[in-house]
Design a binder for this molecule. Sequence first.
Ligand SMILES: [Zn+2]
Ligand SMILES: [Zn+2]
Length: 158
Amino acid sequence: MEKQAREITNEKLTELAATISTKFFEHLPYISTNFEHNCTNNNRLRTTAGRFLIPSCNIEVNPKYYARYGQQSLHDVIKHELVHYHLYRLNLGFKHKDKDFKQLCKIVDAPRFCHQMQSPKYRYKCSKCNTEFLRMRKVNVKKYRCGKCKGSLSPSPI
Ligand SMILES: [Zn+2]
Ligand SMILES: [Zn+2]
């Protein structure tokens, strides 16, 4: 079972955004800038996973979102926001409907839409500590165990 991501400090989020930017964007020929702004938690976001702010160029993420969906989802959200970020700074089409946007999402393998908190489809319960895990995808309970106590998991109706 993957570890549940707890709320990450704004400093760490900014570092993470810079790392993702370096890894996926900065080697592209038309991108010449690093991530030079801030990535912060916004607890007031409800169902939105993250957003790119204009004109400040900062990125905000919803801590409830990555607490629920885990570290990988946080990476995906930040990557998605970085597509907005880099295109905006290059004066290219940075909106969801824009061709530049769709193309860059494809190149860096970012989700084109990841803004909404969807309701999870699967629920699992630990047989030992009774912790519940909500997941979007089916989990192989033979392979994965409880992230807290290593107890076995069983599906429980949602
Ligand atoms: Zn977006
Ligand atoms: Zn457990």
